[in-house]
Design a protein around this ligand. Structure first.
Ligand code: FAD
Length: 499
């Protein structure tokens, strides 16, 4: 057996992806590998990515991060889901919440009972049966015993990277500031041998992690791993981000508001609000998008607008030779459901699970790439759903979305739900049944049938089931404090302790 150990891990890029990778690898494998991170202050980071989803809570716990300290350091607020305005049609709104709606039976999800109850006039709106949703709309929050409240964070991505940097450096990560001028390949194997910086410094490594964002300096620039373009399914290709002062206490949810050529976001943090417009440049030009964003934001701006272009899609091989692409270098499926930071987390944990002891195994590479692809494709389908299923026909953009071809996997999911009310979660899919049901119904699909087990209940039993659940939700929400007060108290204590 070869004596060559996998010792030197080199991370190129210090955005959210680079520091999430460095912090986790240094903390988990610190004594067995040396971690070096190269980042360029002159290039900087993308400067967006503020809304996250619940698995991040576990990522932070896994790294032993104190939540209150983390939230104080990143000016974070809690997030219970996303409020969608104007997606099904103008003036309509629905909420995609974290957590679970109602109570499932092993044979059939709660939606089957709710659909039957609604047909019998015995049920209120679907959202009345979800704790996180009702709490979000009442702007309330607290941690509940047994993690009964599912939540995530809205955070300042720059501060999150700084927080992780401190942690990673504390665990031994070496940071080098400088611009990568060249990626040197090993003439025999074709693997990456070293990163040559503009300063003349040369950084050799055994495993390279490309976190250089859309530039994809290593995985594409040097190794030409290829890119699968998904623009025909996810047509937005541009965004403008801008930050504003808060004009009201922060709400525990992100807002995504559709417009005639895309959508815009509003993400409330403790100290400010993140705003942005996402659009298809085929249907809206940059100046008009900018004007629209500026006309719709609330509060004084605190930054200059950040104009961004992107191509939706995925790197064909996310692990190629001795290089793994994590973050935007690995692909981007657009920010509507806040999935990018989650994909970083999944890739980092997956890589740690598959960290080679000596030589890199082609089997590990194949397994990693297959699992990454499954994640990306499932998330892609969930995102495409929002564009495809809509009653909006009021602009060329929406008419395009409504008439576009969609992946077979998504078409099957939509039609199955439409005909039977059934949804199945496959292969550890990120978005569980509750997410699919909320978004499919929110976008306008009403199933034509429900599971026969729902009809086993007499009307009085069905009514009691519905009332019991909604009463429990109302009762719990009534005991919760206002979200803004809870955040101030929770993070205030951490700030005071740090001072
Ligand atoms: P970057 O932040 O671009 O970092 C790249 C790093 O590489 C930088 O440090 C840079 O200096 C370095 N670098 C590049 N080239 C070189 C070189 N030659 N030499 C040295 N260093 C180099 N995600 C979410 O989860 N939630 C959201 O709400 C969300 N909103 C988004 C909105 C928009 C409009 C967009 C475009 C993305 C959004 N994302 C969101 C995605 C999120 O921003 C990214 O996943 C996240 O910031 C990670 O980016 P990154 O670290 O891969 O890249």
């Amino acid at each position: 057996m070869s004596e060559h150990r996998m010792r030197r891990v080199v991370i190129a890029g210090g955005g959210t992806a680079g520091w999430m990778a460095a912090a986790a690898i240094a903390r988990t494998l610190g004594r067995t590998v040396d971690v070096t991170l190269v980042e360029s202050d002159a290039i900087g980071t993308i400067g967006v990515g503020e809304s996250t989803i619940p698995p991040l809570v576990n990522y932070n716990r896994l790294l032993g991060i104190n939540e209150a300290e983390f939230m104080a350091a990143t000016q974070a607020t809690f997030k219970l889901g996303i409020l969608f305005d104007n997606w099904k049609e103008q003036g309509d709104r629905y909420f995609h919440s974290f957590g679970i709606t109602g109570k499932d039976h092993w044979s059939a999800g709660f939606q089957h009972f709710w659909l039957h109850a609604r047909a019998r006039g015995l049920a209120g709106p679907y959202g009345d049966y979800c704790l996180e949703l009702v709490a979000a709309l009442r702007e309330k929050f607290a941690h509940l015993p047994d993690d009964r409240m599912n939540y995530s964070y809205q955070l300042d991505s720059g501060l999150y990277a700084q927080f992780l940097r401190k942690m990673a450096e504390g665990d031994g990560t070496r940071r080098i500031e400088g611009k990568i001028a060249r990626v040197e390949l090993n003439g025999e194997s074709g693997d990456i041998a070293a990163l040559a910086l503009e300063s003349g410094e040369r950084i050799e490594g055994d495993l390279f992690i490309d976190c250089t964002g859309f530039r994809a300096v290593l995985i594409e620039g040097a190794l030409h791993a290829g890119f699968e373009d998904w623009t025909h399914w996810l047509p937005c290709d541009s965004a403008i981000a801008i930050q504003t002062e808060s004009v009201a206490p922060p709400v525990p949810y992100t807002r995504v508001i559709a417009h005639d050529s895309g959508w815009r976001w509003r993400i409330p943090l403790q100290h400010r609000v993140g705003n942005g417009i996402v659009y298809s440049s085929r249907y809206l030009d940059k100046d008009a998008a900018h004007q629209r964003l500026m006309g719709e934001i609330e509060g004084k701006t605190v930054t200059e607008p950040n104009f961004l272009r992107f191509v939706t899609g995925v790197r064909r091989k996310q692990w190629h030779r001795n290089c793994v692409a994590i973050g935007l270098s690995g692909g981007f499926t657009e920010p509507l459901e806040s999935t990018s930071i989650h994909l970083i987390q999944r890739a980092v944990l997956r890589l740690i699970r598959m960290m080679p002891l000596r030589e890199i195994s082609e089997r590990d590479i194949a397994e990693f790439n297959e699992q990454q692809e499954t994640d990306a494709v499932q998330i892609r389908d969930f995102l495409v759903l929002h564009y495809k299923v809509t009653d909006r026909r009021d602009s060329p953009f929406w008419r395009h979305c409504q008439s576009m071809e969609i992946p077979d996997s998504l078409a099957q999911k939509i039609e199955l739900f439409r005909e039977t009310g059934r949804v199945f979660r496959k292969n550890d899919e990120l978005f569980a049944e509750n997410s699919w049901v909320q978004v499919m119904m929110g976008q306008g699909i009403t199933p034509r049938a429900w599971h026969p087990i729902a009809e086993k209940l007499r009307d009085d039993e069905l009514a009691k089931l519905m009332t019991t659940i909604s009463d429990q939700v109302k009762h719990t929400v009534a005991t919760l404090p206002a979200h803004g007060d809870y955040v101030a108290q929770y993070c205030g204590a951490a700030r005071a302790a740090a001072a």
